[in-house]
Write a protein that binds this ligand. Structure first.
Ligand SMILES: O=P(O)(O)OC[C@H]1O[C@H](OP(=O)(O)OP(=O)(O)O)[C@H](O)[C@@H]1O
Ligand SMILES: Nc1nc2[nH]cnc2c(=O)[nH]1
Ligand SMILES: [Mg+2]
Length: 177
């Protein structure tokens, strides 16, 4: 059990299950990207642990960078938009693999893809550790998915509740009342 602030979370995916699935995903990437030298693009903050563990299992030549997706309110009615921060590499013509901890509504990833595509990379693949199919609000082509999960709130292994709980080796789920 894990208590963060006012919430109680129970074990969901243990450390060994995570690590063996990550090794499988890395094997797929090793096969798919042999001789292609992809640029791995981790999306901070959530994907930091998954990106690191995936990278440890990659044997191909690859480079790595990180981006942040900052949310801010526009002054008019279109609501929240997101901007990519931190990408200094030239990505035109590169094979990109975008790494996320979770695809929930998919709106973050949709916007990341839109902004990366403007710079005309050769290809973009997505690797996400977790995917909530029932929450998806926009079509997305997810090439590498660790675990499909129900529409529940999860924390740990990079995922936070109010900024806390990222620093665990397992994933926990909000206890049902
Ligand atoms: O599919 P969506 O509904 O858009 O949600 C997924 C995104 O939400 C979380 O990030 P968040 O913006 O909370 O920031 P963080 O990575 O710093 O935790 C998560 O890490 C994904 O990036
Ligand atoms: N911690 C956490 N962040 C999210 N962002 C989008 N979905 C989730 C979730 O289930 N848990
Ligand atoms: Mg995130």
């Amino acid at each position: 059990m894990l208590t963060i602030l006012d919430k109680t979370f129970v074990p969901f995916i243990d450390r060994d299950t995570l690590q063996s699935r990550i090794a499988e995903l890395a094997e797929q990437i090793n096969r798919d990207y042999a001789n292609r030298r992809p640029l791995i693009v981790g999306v901070l903050n959530g994907a930091v642990l998954f990106t690191a563990d995936l990278l440890k299992n990659l044997t191909i030549d690859c480079e790595i960078t990180f981006i942040r997706v900052a949310s801010y309110d526009k002054t008019h009615s279109t609501g929240q938009i997101k901007q990519i921060l931190g990408l200094s590499e030239v990505i035109t013509g590169r094979d990109l693999i975008v790494i996320e901890d979770i695809v929930d509504t998919g709106l973050t990833m949709q916007e990341v893809l839109r902004q990366l595509n403007e710079k005309e990379p050769a290809s973009i693949a997505i690797a996400t550790l977790l995917f909530k199919p029932a929450a998806l609000q926009t079509p997305l082509d997810l090439t590498y998915v660790g675990f499909e999960i129900d529409n529940q709130f999860v924390v740990g292994y990079g995922l936070d509740y109010d900024g806390l709980g990222r620093n665990t080796q397992a994933i926990f789920v909000l206890e049902q009342p």
